[in-house]
Every structure is written in C-alpha cells, then in structure tokens.
Unconditional design. Structure first.
Length: 315
C-alpha cells in the first residue's frame, strides 16, 4: 500500500507526464533562443555584427542531435567546409535587382552583395505548445537603400517526436523589384555532413524520385533528406505551401547536403535558356511565401511525411 507521500508523488508525476510539451523562447539582443520541452532546439539569429541575413541554427531533433552543419562550417571533426554561405535555415535569393542575397557573406566584400537587416523584433511569444517570433526586416542594396520590406512570422511547435517550424514571409516592394532567374536560392538549409549522400543521406521527393540526379531541378510539394546522425536514423522534410508562387516549387537539392526550394531558376532547372523564371513585383505590391520544416526520426516513410504534408496543405 502506498503512503500518502508516495501517492502524492505518483499523482504529481502523472500530472507532469500528462502536460503537453512546451515551447520557450528567450529574447536576446540580436537573437532568440528556442527550447522545446526543456531542451535546446535552435537559435534564431536575427542580426548582429557580421550577419548579412537572418538564419536559424542549429536545428536539432527531439533527441537533441543537430541536423544542420556548423556555422561557420568545420567546427566538428570531418565536417565539410564548402559553400560557407549555406548557414543553417535561411531565405535568400541569388538575384534581386541584380543583388545577391544568397552567397552574401560579409567577407570577402562583394559590391553585388545585398543585406537583410533587422528593423524591429515585433513580438516573441511562448509558454505553450507553440511559440511565435514576429520580425520586420529591410532588404538593402549594396549602397544601403531598402528595396524590399519583409514581415516574417516564425512558429515553433512542440511534439514528443517531431520538431516543426513554420516560416511565413510577406515581401513588399519598396521600389520595382525583379527576382532574377537563377538556381542560387532560395528557402534553404544546409544539413549535417553525415546526411550528405556520400555518407548516409538519401534525398526523396513527394513523387518518389530519389537521389540528387532525380530530385534536383524537379517540381515537388516536398523533399525529404534522411540518414544517420550520431548513430540515430533522422530526417528533415521541407514543404512548399500550396499558396506559394509557382507551387509546386522547383528544388535546388544537392547531394552534398543542401535542401532548397527555389521557384525562380527555370532556365537552369529545365536546361532551357529560352525559359524565364524571373518574377517582377511592382512598387507597393507583395509576394508571400510559406514553408514548413519538420525534423523527424527515421526516413520519410516512417515519419509519414506525405500525410503530414496533406495536413499542412489544408491549413
């Protein structure tokens, strides 16, 4: 027979186990730290010295393993160091009015590099099964002139097995803006080296095509990259919302660990120079992009990514 103390302890434990996972966001000067169910998930770098665009890093699984490469790369033994501009999870087209928001590292300086800088961290709300960061950014030309005003809402969800992030961007043209046709972009993340195809990684799209050769440049509702990270089967799915321009999007997905949705690069993806994937936004008009990223155990089948996408598409 349990004592009163034992009974009380059991009740408290049962209540604690019944509580839903919680998202905690901690606001700093130029970043927001994200914890889910008491464990670090990622840090949202929104500004600061040497930062030319916001990014989320490192994304972790529910078990705590990082599925993104180090920023800057090369901090872990055997980690790849190519394409250092591919930092965490980010949004950055390679050609906006001729300016580069993709490969736009501060050093070495490049006269074509644009910057996406924080204007205002509007709100940081957490404490429940989800947490939300709302922020305003200015897209600056190399001479510091704003060409786009961005409103970004990033939502983090708690779950015992999944780590889910929604990114909702609204871009307003301060002047006439042309998103140029280039494969370099756009909504992207650079995965951990162990998830590269030369290691354990496998990239698959919604149509069942597998491998860089069959996924790169193809249109699809989602793409999933899975493999083994520190001995655990893990994967990352990136989803294109049906309301996005040119849905289903084209994919700049590479075997070296790049996962990127890009609606602009038609002449490269189709290998047809007569195609034009550029997109013009007149002054005062908007472009909206919505994406979901899910870090999951196992591969896309075990995680039921197709089913999860259908739920996302209906939202």
């Amino acid at each position: 027979m349990l004592s009163r103390t034992g009974t009380l302890s059991s009740l408290l434990l049962a209540c604690a186990l019944a509580l839903p996972a919680q998202v905690k966001l901690t606001r700093g000067q130029d970043r927001v730290a994200i914890e889910i169910d008491g464990r670090p998930f990622a840090v949202f770098i929104v500004g600061g010295s040497g930062v030319n665009r916001p990014y989320l890093y490192p994304l972790r699984s529910a078990s705590g393993k990082a599925v993104t490469r180090s920023v800057p790369p090369g901090q872990l033994p055997g980690e790849s160091t190519d394409h250092p501009h591919q930092a965490g999870l980010f949004f950055g087209p390679g050609d906006v009015n001729g300016f580069n928001y993709w490969a736009n590292l501060p050093s070495p300086p490049d006269p074509k590099n644009g910057r996406i800088v924080l204007k205002k961290l509007v709100s940081v709300k957490s404490g429940g099964p989800s947490g939300v960061v709302e922020a305003l950014f200015d897209w600056l030309s190399p001479d510091g002139k704003p060409i786009l005003a961005e409103s970004r809402k990033t939502t983090f969800y708690a779950d015992p097995k999944l780590r889910t992030v929604d990114v909702d961007l609204d871009l307003t043209a301060v002047e006439k803006v042309v998103f140029g046709d280039t494969k370099e972009g756009t909504f992207a993340m650079r995965l951990a080296t162990s998830l590269e195809e030369t290691h354990s990684g496998k990239v698959v799209n919604a149509q069942g095509a597998a491998g860089e050769k069959n996924v790169w440049g193809k249109r699809s509702e989602w793409v999933d990259y899975s493999g083994v990270v520190d001995g655990e089967p893990l994967g990352v799915a990136m989803m294109d919302h049906p309301g996005n321009p040119r849905h289903p999007t084209y994919w700049h997905a590479r075997g070296y660990g790049l996962l990127a949705a890009n609606p602009f690069g038609l002449h490269d993806f189709l290998n047809d120079k007569t195609q034009d994937g550029s997109m013009t936004v007149e002054r005062g008009n908007h472009l909206r992009f919505r994406y979901r990223v899910i870090v999951h155990p196992g591969d896309h089948q075990a995680a039921r990514i197709a089913e999860l996408y259908r739920k996302y598409a209906a939202e």
